[in-house]
Write a protein that binds this ligand. Structure first.
Ligand code: TZP
Ligand code: MG
Length: 212
């Protein structure tokens, strides 16, 4: 695979405490980094701002220790408070073009989820640093999704944009190579690492497949 100079990360862990199924999510994060995860997003769907902030600060201690970017899902105020590497938003969240105008986000990473083809044409896509192609395959981890892009959908998007593409949705060891072949610059996973008995080994094996 070729590594995008503007998004030089290939294995992207999206983490929440709940998705770690009783394991300490901070340990899962650290083990995943040791296994080869390049970038981590904190995504706590039901957390209050206060609770999210506490988790984000603890996670940032770990990502800082290994010099790994921490991306914050939705909670842009928390992102600013902890000086995270960036934010990730979807179609129903604060829009990337408004976020980009905020001073603290001007030089940070903004990720934007693509659920409809027409989003490729909008201003938000233009100002984003990467596009989350959401979901590639239907997944039990997030049920309220719109388009199941599949490998063909991913290839089609690849042919329409030069933006770094982060594929997400039911990606695991058995399909990760095909997702890369279809044009993803990076793959994002939740359960393939968070739910694994050995998150370090799971990350290591995924990374190996990606770099093959
Ligand atoms: N966005 C689209 S699918 C998804 C998100 C956050 C969940 C991915 O989780 P998993 O367990 O890797 O399928
Ligand atoms: Mg969101």
């Amino acid at each position: 695979m070729t590594i995008s100079p503007s998004f030089p990360y290939q294995l992207y862990l999206v983490i929440s405490e709940k998705d770690c199924l009783g394991k300490d999510f901070l340990k899962v994060a650290e083990q995943s980094i040791l296994g080869g995860v390049d970038i981590i997003q904190l995504r706590e769907k039901k957390a209050s701002t206060e609770d999210f902030l506490v988790k984000a600060l603890k996670l940032k201690d770990i990502t800082d220790k290994y010099n790994i970017p921490l991306i914050i899902n939705d909670h842009c105020k928390v992102a600013e408070k902890i000086n995270s590497a960036g934010v990730h938003v979807g179609n129903n969240d604060r829009s990337p073009s408004v976020l980009r105008d905020q001073q603290f986000l001007q030089d940070k990473i903004i990720g934007y989820s693509i659920e409809y083809l027409h989003q490729l044409e909008n201003e938000h896509t233009k100002v984003s640093d990467y596009l989350g192609i959401s979901p590639i395959f239907r997944t039990d981890t997030k049920k309220d999704t719109v388009t199941e892009w599949g490998l063909d959908g991913l290839s089609q998007i690849r042919s329409l944009t030069d933006k770094p593409l982060v594929a997400i949705g039911n990606i695991n060891l058995s399909n990760v190579s095909s997702v890369i072949k279809a044009g993803a610059d990076a793959v994002a996973v939740i359960s393939a690492i968070c739910a694994a008995e050995n998150p370090e080994k799971a990350a290591f094996e995924l990374k190996n497949q990606i770099l093959k």
